[in-house]
Ligand binder design. Structure first.
Ligand code: AMP
Length: 119
């Protein structure tokens, strides 16, 4: 899958549409999901052009990979999610139900998140 520069997260990264930012550095942007599924629902995205978690894992630099996972750690700490826990979800392509073709990790927390997969 080639990267689509017109996807909504690319527009957020370019500042063309706003987001409710919670974290930003050279490699990572995180913002609140516009349709939250839990009391805390944050999307963490790389600033680089990666379509999916496997694209990111294969092609990102060591600096990008480290920054991404450090950001998740810092966000869950800052939001007070460490003690009770949280769930990270990376929906991927058709069977994963991915809607936005720019890699993003959902962080969900603040209450029990429920079954891992709906039956
Ligand atoms: P996914 O199905 O994993 O691709 O998830 C895409 C997520 O992006 C959904 O949870 C949407 O609610 C969220 N979303 C879409 N547009 C925006 C936006 N402009 N700002 C914040 N979140 C968004």
């Amino acid at each position: 899958m080639s990267y689509d520069d017109n996807n909504i997260f690319a527009k957020i990264l370019r500042g063309e549409i706003p987001c409710d930012e919670v974290y930003r550095n050279e490699y990572v942007l995180a913002f609140n999901d516009i349709a939250p599924q839990a009391p805390h629902h944050i999307l963490v995205i790389p600033t680089g052009k990666y379509v999916s978690i496997d694209d990111f894992g294969r092609n990102a630099s060591a600096e990008e990979l480290q920054a991404f996972y450090k950001a998740i750690d810092e966000i869950v700490e800052e939001k007070g999610l460490k003690e009770k826990g949280f769930r990270c979800i990376a929906n991927t392509r058709e069977h994963g139900g991915q809607e936005v073709p720019h890699y993003h990790m959902h962080i969900l927390g603040g209450q029990p998140i429920g079954p891992m997969v709906s039956k």
